[in-house]
Design a protein around this ligand. Structure first.
Ligand code: ADP
Length: 543
């Protein structure tokens, strides 16, 4: 017997309609090239998204056609998210930090019909446009008086385009399983792969991220997403905030600028922010130098890579609590969150320090298991390492235009994350490595992430990476590669190794330390271990 409840599709247009009615006065503040503080309300934002939607329908595109963006976190990009998805098209957000050849590959693979471009990226796309024959037009995100001189074929001014549409435009009826957004993985091995989100997956993920033990987004919040709109939908913030009625603050091109971030936090009274570990390093460096504080900021969500304890403890001293989140592009992205901060009193100082490094507990909607090489499920005892598999309504079932490939599926119905993890009896997940980065010494796994975490605790270590190098007896042993901090140029290998004692298992102790000026990073800010392994291939440990 079916239940007798209404069958309302979970579509992104429903966020617009809810926010216009219920949260219309909620504010969006943006930093843009033409305005250091553009501000308007959700009501105005969605009126403009409707204008955009109306203008797009005049292009004669088919449902599901891809429309791309190459843009910063600002209000115009937010409008494109909604204008494109709510008219039945797919908003394909592209990471401008990718190599030009990857950009060309992605635009052609997605068959993007139009591309919305921030004026900052016009020179970049001018060099690519000829290689992207399917693109019919390039929309520059600015007003008519700011249109740059450009060689782009069919360059269209964003504000002029908007003027052609009506703010009363009505969205077409869509199915909840229709695609709404597309984001490519950064492709550290092979070509980038497209993750195609649906309206339904996006809405369910938005609800989940708002839960108190996840990001806990409420109407009283002022949210500063320092995670880009061009990478996994800024962790869902652009959808969750209008649902909750939280104020949104967009930092534009200033995501890496500690001074602007501090100013935005203080002036706009930001309560919650989200970003990868390096963002917080930048903010903390500015706070230390300037003596400024960020008193309104209550909590941050950090993810995308393991967060060193030193960052969390520094943030503690500013009264900011840190929550680690784990996820990936293929998971929309959120899979787990560490809300240990809300149970701080339950733990001793040492246990709390250990707990907060973990990636947290699965959020409702994401199922997890860890398996061994034979695919056998491993116990949740916090000790057994295994390959992490996940499933849920916002986890990708296959990649765009690779629907017949099951490369990502080690077991039917489960997505293989490519991460190696432990899970403890309380359900706390700890990511120990990427599968391909695992170090196997004498047949046993060493967690490079735990050794890196311990190394970055040393005040004179700015960044650290551990890779496995050939060893005649153990087959592989860990090599620690360190970037010294600016005031730590004299720190020695022996001092760093001594600081690891007691923090990691004895046999995890790196056999050597090498110093470099910088580590190679991917376009999403992760250390490129593959490159490091190439750089140190043939490395011989001294006897
Ligand atoms: P993201 O937007 O989270 O960076 P990506 O798809 O680019 O998404 O990268 C996902 C990968 O990043 C994960 O599979 C994992 O290896 C790593 N990662 C994400 N969050 C964490 C975390 N909290 N701790 C350790 N690694 C993480």
């Amino acid at each position: 017997m079916n239940g007798l409840m209404m069958d309302m599709p979970l579509t992104i247009a429903s966020i617009v309609e809810h926010a216009e009615r219920i949260n219309g006065d909620g504010e969006i503040v943006s930093v843009t090239a033409d305005n250091p503080r553009h501000r308007y309300t959700y009501r105005e934002a969605f009126a403009r998204a409707r204008q955009l939607g109306d203008s797009l329908t005049q292009w004669g595109l088919a449902r599901g056609d891809r429309i791309a963006t190459l843009a910063w976190n600002d209000y115009r990009h937010f409008e494109v998210y909604y204008g494109v998805a709510c008219t039945g098209h797919v908003c394909h957000t592209i990471n401008p930090r990718l190599f030009p050849e990857q950009l060309v590959y992605i635009i052609n693979h997605a068959e993007d019909r139009y591309v919305f471009v921030d004026p900052d990226f016009v020179p970049l796309v001018e060099g690519l446009a000829e290689q992207c024959p399917m693109v019919q037009g390039w929309i520059i995100q600015c007003s008519a008086d700011r249109m740059p001189q450009t060689s782009l074929p069919n360059a269209i001014c964003y504000e002029t385009l908007l003027e052609k549409g009506s703010p009363d435009f009505q969205w077409p009826a869509l199915e909840e399983r229709d695609a709404c957004a597309l984001c490519y993985t950064s492709g550290t091995t092979g070509n980038p792969k497209g993750v195609l989100y649906s309206h339904r997956s996006t809405l369910l993920h938005s609800y989940a991220t708002m839960m108190p033990d996840a990001l806990g987004i409420a109407r009283r919040d002022v949210v500063l997403p320092i995670v880009p709109l061009f990478h996994v939908n800024a962790w869902g913030n652009p959808y969750a905030c209008p649902i909750a009625g939280a104020k949104l603050v967009f930092p534009g091109s200033k995501m890496g600028d500690g001074e602007t971030l501090a100013a935005l936090i203080n002036e706009e009274k930001v309560t919650l922010s989200a970003g990868v570990p390096t963002v917080w390093l930048g903010l903390l460096a500015h706070l230390k130098k300037s003596g400024q504080r960020v008193d309104s900021l209550e909590r941050i969500i950090v993810g995308g890579a393991a967060c060193p304890l030193s960052i969390m403890e520094d943030l503690d001293s500013y009264g900011v609590s840190t929550r680690v989140g784990w996820g990936m592009t293929e998971m929309s992205p959120l899979g787990s969150a560490n809300a240990g901060d809300s149970e701080r009193d339950k733990y001793s100082t040492e246990d709390y320090a250990r707990l907060r490094l973990k990636a947290g507990r699965p959020i409702f909607g994401v199922e997890m298991k860890i398996v061994d090489d034979e695919g056998k499920a491993l116990p949740w005892d916090g000790e057994a390492f295994g390959s992490l598999l996940v499933r849920g309504p916002w986890v990708c079932s296959s990649y765009f235009k690779l629907e017949d490939s099951d490369a990502h599926e080690r077991e039917a119905g489960w997505f293989e994350t490519g991460d190696v993890a432990t899970i403890d009896a309380d359900g706390y997940l700890a990511i120990t490595d990427r599968t391909k980065d695992v170090i196997k010494s004498g047949g046993e796994w060493i967690s490079s992430i735990e050794v890196e975490n311990a190394a970055t605790d040393h005040p004179q270590v700015a960044e650290a990476a551990v890779i496995g190098c050939y060893h005649p007896k153990w087959s592989e042993r860990p090599l620690l590669i360190v970037v010294r901090s600016s005031d730590g140029q004299d720190v020695t290998a022996a001092e760093i190794l001594a600081s690891l004692e007691g923090k990691i298992a004895k046999w995890w102790m790196p056999d050597a330390v090498e110093f470099v000026d910088e580590l190679p990073h991917t376009a999403t800010g992760k250390v490129q271990k593959l490159k490091l392994r190439d750089q140190f291939s043939g490395y011989a440990f001294k006897a």
